[in-house]
Design a protein around this ligand. Structure first.
Ligand code: PRP
Ligand code: MN
Ligand code: MG
Length: 184
């Protein structure tokens, strides 16, 4: 299927590579939490992380419960300010539970820094983060990560959950867009 015609410039990470790396990440997380008494809670940060969460959770060898959170950062849209508003909160309390935040991409890291502080205040037993992608050049805050799928260059990427104006999330790979997409 090629729903977006000539919009894609290049495939940065293929479907195959994503699958392979996510399986490795799932193995590590399964190993880490295999003796836990209660189910691991996965916190999906909407919307970008939902494809990753769906594939990742199904590759784990341990039971999990998924929770969804939607946040939006105040300020202008091109650079996040680090001040975040909760649009949709978790349905459950996480006090005393093992919690793993699942993100699609860490860009400036401001969204995640805020989220970690917020969830930590709810006194989980443990709080970890995994992200599929990270842009090391852009990172302004230092965040301790459980695992990172791929470090990528500071380019605008779409697919596998990542959007441009809400489009392209449904591509099975991560890629870059042709310049005409931005100028049209
Ligand atoms: C994107 C991405 C991360 C965040 C990373 O979400 O999915 O959640 O930005 O940016 P940061 O590290 O600079 O804070 P976005 O706000 O675009 O919402 P979306 O997931 O619904 O696309
Ligand atoms: Mn997001
Ligand atoms: Mg987005």
């Amino acid at each position: 299927a090629n729903p977006y015609g000539t919009d894609i410039e290049s495939v940065l990470i293929s479907e195959e590579k994503l699958k392979q790396r996510i399986a490795e990440m799932a193995k590590r997380v399964s190993e880490e939490f295999k003796d836990a008494e209660e189910d691991l809670i996965l916190v999906c940060v909407l919307k970008g992380a939902f494809y990753f969460l769906a594939d990742f959770s199904r590759m784990l060898d341990i039971p999990t419960q998924s929770e969804f959170m939607a946040v939006s950062s105040y300020g202008n849209s091109t650079s996040s300010s680090g001040v975040v508003r909760i649009l949709k909160d978790l349905d459950k309390e996480i006090e005393g539970r093992d919690v793993l935040i699942v993100e699609d991409i860490i860009d400036s890291g401001l969204t995640l820094s805020w989220l970690m502080r917020n969830l930590k205040n709810r006194n989980p037993k443990s709080l970890n983060v995994i992200t599929l992608l990270r842009k090391p050049e852009r990172l302004t805050t230092n965040i301790d990560m459980f695992d990172i799928g791929f470090d990528i260059p500071n380019e605008f990427v779409v697919g596998y959950g990542l959007d441009f104006a809400e489009r392209y999330r449904d591509l099975p790979y991560v890629g870059t867009l042709e310049p005409h997409v931005y100028s049209d």
